[in-house]
Design a protein around this ligand. Sequence first.
Ligand code: SF4
Length: 381
Amino acid sequence: MSLSDPASRIAAWQAQAGRHDLPWQRTHDPYRIWLSEIMLQQTQAATVIPYYERFLGRFPDVRTLADAPLDAVLQAWAGLGYYARARNLHRCAQVLRDDHGGQFPDSAVALAELPGIGRSTAAAIAAFAHEERTPILDGNVRRVLTRYLALEGDPTSARTMQTLWRHAQAWLDAAPASLNMRAYTQGQMDLGATVCTRGTPDCDRCPLAPDCAARLQGLQNVLPTPRVRREQPRHHCWLLIAECQDHIWLQRRPDAGIWGGLWAPPIFPDRAALEAACVPLDGPVQNLAAIEHVFTHFRLLLQPVRLRLAGPPPKFLALSAMPAQHPKPGASRRGANPAIIPPDAGLSSWISIDTLADTGMPAPIARLLLSLYERTVRSSG
Ligand code: SF4
């Protein structure tokens, strides 16, 4: 196979040494391919597989997904993180139902017009579903190409991205018309995930080794150039777990912002704010062990406080006094703790503890509450 035709080398390598047992490889259905591509963004295949299978069991097609309440979609997604992907998935299904008769468009260009589908994802769906001849450039492919070309500098800069797209297209242009687009597209992903990995690339197993510039120059372990990471800010906050007769008080968080659309106990910037909001409430208070959750750009230290209220649950938990520390709506959020929303924002409700396992909650909150109420949730069957 010619050195001037990397695409054919990758397709041939995929047939022999690539991955062939991933659940989304057994279908040409664009719905299933789309779902896998969205789930695989920022998440490894081994983590995605159980979510993918559960999600399909619950939402087997575009219409079922489009007709489902957003809460049910977020609940099925909980644990995968980056919840904007789930909200876009739901919105995209509704656009497909309302404007496209429940069908996916055939071309990558039309797919890229849909909510949450970027250029590379659209190309992957079109290649796997219809063998469209169009390049992809996901994180794995970016790393392989950056090394193959020995490109230095930030691989995500607009200028480098332009160069990478140009080369991705040039590889396709150099390949014969008979190139198997499914094998080629999968091969690029497999190469990045299993051979040209982020840590130490295994060049001896790579079909690009003979002419890979990074390998020839001994730069394979230093490229792509690492991005300069700023130290992550650490935010502290206090979580009020108010309980009353086997119910706890949860807020549905606004769609925009972290944990958008998910249910969580009210969160306060400090203990004084929590206590101020609870003044009218009466009951024993207990500090629980703090938990830390790491986001892409910051760390969140959550101190849970458990408050047990006597008597029947009041219709509404009076947390409406907005402490001064809460940013006023519309005020600048620069440097603010992104977990904090006013305690009276949006929908709030008493949720029965035995339905917590079916409530869409952020993963660290779900872990905390499910371990706290393990016996109650288990005994409810
Ligand atoms: S030869 Fe090594 S560095 Fe180059 S693409 Fe292959 S695995 Fe990556």
